[in-house]
Design a protein around this ligand. Structure first.
Ligand SMILES: NC(=O)c1ccc[n+]([C@@H]2O[C@H](COP(=O)([O-])OP(=O)(O)OC[C@H]3O[C@@H](n4cnc5c(N)ncnc54)[C@H](OP(=O)(O)O)[C@@H]3O)[C@@H](O)[C@H]2O)c1
Length: 331
């Protein structure tokens, strides 16, 4: 009986310890709290303009719809004019009063070209919110991908985020801020006070693992983004910039599809409007969030097992899944 009680107390203690550990290391419930209601970013940041890369489709477009509802004007950036035109029509339906300006720009192009196009289209227009969201997958085996495809991928998933962030943060430099404040003081006077801004990165719940699929590159690029966002977070806070890095699980967008067909046999994911809502609600409240149960599971595993164990496990799942896909194709 004494032994039983001891064991029971030990298990209760262990349970509490694991829960507390998981809470502080994975903050698993955060995304659940961010599901309800919608935070008004126009009010929170006195936001007049937002720029969304990859704003013509998927998660980016759903974020744009929420911001449009709140009366925030939008710069939508993507590489395809038709997608941008369609997104504009959709957003005008959501709120005919807002301005939507499109930036047709291939983010795999050179940094000079990105800068040039941004200066042409955005110019001196103040932007309070930026969502660095555009990204794509690369799905073959690393050594079988052409290096041209690899470089393009790295430009989009890594370099373009760094370039966009550099461009955005330079516009919030203390010197620029002082000049703006002086101008405001000369003018109306009542708009004084430090302007707050937010910058959001779309990473992925895969950012935490050395997984053997997606060319070994997709999750590596997302790992970079997660660390990059995290390292900027406290540095730019005193400039009034809130940084948030979000980690979606599987989302039902055009992602991971080639010619309309899924590259991987993925289970059904979350709808992009739900993910967008979670993201908007987390801005300025957290530095990093998971947006799905899958992400929570992933981070929990990362905390419990070694990278190698997870990689081996991932390889087994990958092989099984590839077998299934091949069988499907044969049928
Ligand atoms: N869906 C998922 O399961 C999932 C999971 C985790 C993370 N994510 C991440 O979420 C982000 C958004 O993905 P999504 O699921 O919303 O995908 P999506 O529906 O395919 O949208 C991607 C957006 O990025 C734009 N884009 C792609 N290549 C571009 C380029 N070279 N230059 C400029 N814009 C480009 C696309 O427009 P154009 O085609 O017109 O260029 C589109 O607007 C990505 O960073 C992705 O890695 C997605």
């Amino acid at each position: 009986m004494i032994l039983f009680n001891l064991l029971k107390n030990f298990l209760i203690f262990l349970g509490i310890f694991v829960l507390v550990y998981l809470y502080f290391h994975t903050k698993p419930l955060i995304y659940l709290f961010t599901r309800f209601g919608i935070q008004n970013l126009k009010k929170k940041y006195n936001a007049k303009w937002a720029l969304i890369t990859g704003g013509s489709h998927g998660i980016g477009l759903e974020i744009a719809k929420i911001l449009a509802q709140q009366g925030i004007n939008l710069f939508l950036l993507s590489s395809t004019q038709e997608k941008l035109d369609k997104a504009c029509v959709d957003l005008k339906k959501v709120n005919p009063k807002i301005q939507v300006r499109v930036i047709q720009l291939d983010l795999t192009s050179s940094s000079e070209n990105i800068e040039k196009v941004l200066e042409e289209v955005v110019g001196e227009q103040e932007i309070e919110l930026m969502f660095s969201n555009a990204g794509a997958g690369i799905f073959g085996k690393f050594e079988e991908e052409s290096f041209e495809a690899i470089e393009k991928f790295l430009h989009l998933n890594l370099q373009s985020h760094v370039k966009m962030t550099h461009w955005f943060l330079k516009r919030c430099s203390p010197q620029k801020e002082k000049e703006k404040e002086k101008e405001k003081e000369k003018g109306k006077g009542k708009e004084k006070g430090k302007q707050k801004r937010a910058l959001v990165f779309t990473s992925s719940c895969l950012a935490y693992f050395a997984l053997p699929f997606a060319s070994s590159l997709y999750h590596s690029s997302k790992a970079f983004l997660t660390i990059f966002g995290g390292s900027l977070y406290s540095r730019v806070k005193d400039k009034g910039v809130d940084i948030l890095t979000v980690h979606p699980g599987i989302v039902n967008t055009g992602f991971a599809k080639v010619d309309g067909k899924s590259v991987h046999d993925l289970p059904k994911g979350q709808e992009p409007d739900i993910v967008a809502k979670i993201i908007v609600n987390a801005v300025g409240k957290f530095s990093q969030i998971q947006t799905s149960h899958m992400g929570v599971l992933m981070v929990t595993m990362r905390n419990l097992f070694s990278t190698n164990t997870i990689s081996q496990f991932g390889l087994k799942i990958y092989r099984k899944q590839q077998k299934k896909l091949l069988q499907k194709k044969d049928n």
